[in-house]
Design a protein around this ligand. Structure first.
Ligand code: SF4
Length: 433
């Protein structure tokens, strides 16, 4: 157990990671040494930043807390603190069930932890953070919360209403991070396209992205988590025209059947969904689309699932994730519907859908063979340098592997790479001399 050392363990999504990075910085400003390695906690204090999105994630968070409480009982850790989404949602219950935890914080009051440790929260450094990503890219959270009411989703219950950060503040953060060496920004929000509506009375995501794109030193901007209703078409112009905005859009569609979309309270139907994809592809030729789909929502019969498969074959998403519906406490779906698709059917549909997508992804990857693409190098791993093209987001998308034997490459630098081979997931390339 290392004295004056705190471990932060982050579970869940990149939005949580940004909170952890801010906390790490605050602790460092107060003289702590902070590590961020869930595999190997060494400090006398551990903070778990939890996820409460779906039951699997909740279980993972609870198991991690229990493991650390055991370490505390065995004297390997002195204090255990818990923050984040799960804690926000079930604070009372968790406090009752796991009293060994020293204190639970919600999603927004974690700053109190500093006071509880006898230190001071440095409001003057509130947007500073210690990046846990490779220094050349960072996640950029532009808002908190969500004002949509998708029937299956517990996020609005946890995070509350949508709160856009002022544009000036975001641009200032970008400038600060560029000064620290960041070149690539993964723009994130629960609902990207809503940006500005709460603060300025209108959607202003396109303007925000243009302003970030104007910051000198910003090389790549990537957009995550758009919503299909009231899509701000102006954003497509920005993606098409701006050189440093990646031709990449992560847009969660969830389903295509009008009946299921209505049950999900997504406020779009089948025709609008097809039209949206058609128009995005038309206005931004070559764009890489990532989506997330859900199988097994209440009422999904064979017919609706067939519609979904047909849509996936038609849309040819470059990237797709899918998950099975799980009933979440307090959501409209839990209150209004019976979870009527058996688990084994959900799992069967999930793997069927992923099989279709695997074939598409393999073809999409193979089409890149022979092309020369701009690649940023993230790391060296064994025999390869590992990088990404503008079509690949860290952690979730394919990577480009370049043999170390071909010569030395610099982390965070861009290279023109000729793609020479591919498998279902990754690409293999050679740097053009
Ligand atoms: S837009 Fe996303 S975060 Fe908001 S309610 Fe729907 S699924 Fe949840």
């Amino acid at each position: 157990m290392r004295k004056n050392t705190i471990d932060i363990i982050t579970l869940g999504c990149s939005k949580n990671l940004v909170d952890s990075e801010r906390l790490i910085r605050q602790l460092e400003l107060n003289g702590y040494r902070v590590t961020h390695d869930s595999e190997n906690p060494q400090g006398e204090i551990v903070v778990v930043n939890t996820c409460g999105f779906i039951s699997d994630a909740q279980e993972e968070s609870v198991n991690m807390i229990l493991e650390l409480c055991e370490a505390k009982e065995e004297g390997r850790v002195k204090e255990v603190y818990v923050m984040g989404c799960l804690s926000q949602r079930f604070m009372k219950e968790l406090g009752h069930e796991i009293p060994q935890v020293d204190k639970f914080y919600g999603k927004f009051d974690w700053t109190e932890l500093l006071n509880d440790l006898g230190k001071a929260y440095r409001a003057d450094c509130q947007y500073e953070r210690r990046l846990t990503t490779p220094g050349h890219y960072a996640y950029l959270k532009i808002s908190e919360g969500c004002d949509r009411h998708c029937a299956y989703c517990a996020i609005p219950i946890i995070t509350g209403r949508h709160q856009s950060r002022p544009m000036e503040e975001i641009v200032e953060e970008v400038e600060h991070l560029v000064g620290k060496g960041v070149k690539e920004f993964q723009v994130i929000a629960q609902e990207l396209t809503y940006y500005g509506l709460d603060l300025y009375g209108e959607q202003r995501i396109a303007e925000l992205i243009e302003r970030i794109s104007d910051v000198k030193g910003v090389k790549w901007i990537r957009l995550h988590y758009a919503y299909p209703m009231n899509f701000p078409w102006e954003l497509l112009r920005v993606v098409r025209e701006r050189k440093n905005v990646c031709k990449y859009l992560d847009i969660a569609l969830q389903h295509v059947s009008t009946k299921i979309l209505a049950g999900m309270q997504r406020h779009v139907n089948r025709e609008e969904t097809y039209e949206l994809i058609r128009r995005i592809r038309e206005e931004v030729p070559g764009i890489c689309l990532r989506t997330t789909l859900m199988v097994g929502f209440p009422g999904e019969g064979d017919r609706e699932f067939e519609e979904l498969k047909e849509f996936v074959r038609w849309a040819r998403f470059e990237r797709m994730g899918a998950f099975a519906y799980s009933e979440e406490e307090g959501t409209p779906a839990q209150k209004n519907f019976e979870d009527d698709v058996p688990d084994e059917v959900k799992q069967k549909r999930l793997s069927e859908l992923m099989d279709i997508q695997q074939g598409i992804s393999g073809e999409v990857q193979a089409e890149k063979i022979g092309k020369t693409l701009k690649v940023i190098i993230d790391r060296k791993e064994g025999e390869y340098y590992v990088g990404r093209t503008e079509f690949d987001s860290p952690e979730v998308d394919p990577e480009v592997l370049i043999p170390v034997a071909d010569g030395v490459l610099r982390r965070g630098a861009f290279y023109d790479v000729k793609i020479v081979d591919s498998d279902d997931f990754d690409l293999y390339g050679q740097v053009r001399k």
